[in-house]
Design a protein around this ligand. Sequence first.
Ligand code: ZN
Length: 392
Amino acid sequence: MGSFVSTQTEEGWKSDARHAMEAGRFCVICGGPFDIEGNVYTNDPKDPRFQWLYDLRLLGDVRDANNHMIASAGLIATNQSEIPDIFLSEPALFNETASGYFRVAGQTQGEIWFEALSYGTGYGTLFPLHAACITTSCRAIEHHQSRRRNGKRNHALAILSRLLNTRFAKRNSHADDSCEVNDLFSLCSYSPVYGPRSVLAMTRLEWWGGEYDRFYTDPSDESGTALFVQDVLRASPLDTLDCSYPLRVTRQPERLERLPTELLDEICLYLPVQSVIALHRTSKALTIRIPLDTAFWRNSLRDGSLHPHIWDLDTKWIEHQLPQSDVLSLDPAASWDWKSVAKLLAKKRFPVSGRDSRLVDVPNAFWNRCRIWATIEEALQEQDAAKSSMSQ
Ligand SMILES: [Zn+2]
């Protein structure tokens, strides 16, 4: 990943997204606002594709939620979290031109008003977040936990709340620029390789050029992913002239290697995909006995076991309209290089230029999902590395 540098505002110019951030009325995960009225000049804020930006929740500790309640008139807010001490509000309302507070319906009637992203000594804060960003983040957290060996599992929502609060407290104690205390994931930075990390880092020219569009696309929208993967696959025919040297076993099989193929196949069905790959690499005998053929890569992509940020990929539909091998008995996967597609789709950050030509038309929703996933994943890795260096 390239180095990130903070953007400087140009001659005092700031986008409305940046103003929203400085007022604490933005989503700290994606950098997007909750109201784009007057923000995106060439688009209609009522356009259905922008409505995910208006679907928000408040997340934090129960104690912090109480501390951030501005007006309740005796009403009680419904907590949708089933985790002790964690507060997740029902859908909240926000209007940039109104009070500036977040409004949530009470359990009986009326509204409860909350402020957010403000700091009280000794306490955490309450985070307004897009529902789609919470869902994407929790999926990334669950995947991160699943890869830990002997790690104790915790609720993804609780981990997300703690991650945000830890970074918020750190930024508040160290940030030099008071305007950027809310920037928990360097969303105001600009990479020479990957471009702006969020709308908050966009220049005026980029803004006028409509480059905010991909940042403002619903990351949970999966409608374009299958078509995109189909295009990538179409550009990845299998090399039928593969001249790689066939492997030969030079010693007698031992232990697992001696199991019947049917039994090995059955074992692999119950193993995580990373374990199957590891087993395949254990010895020449197992490399031959557990072939990671193109059907293996396709099936691993289909059920999300290989790349959890791609879920429910309809590989049957993807293969259906593509030209197939002349040999009818062959699996359709035999005609296409699913392995190369799987390798390409492992990327979650896409360079602005010089990228693989198959990635030129990445759909905006998929691009935004990858960006949000990578933001949380990188933060978790950073947190693990910090814990590991402290324990040494
Ligand atoms: Zn968001």
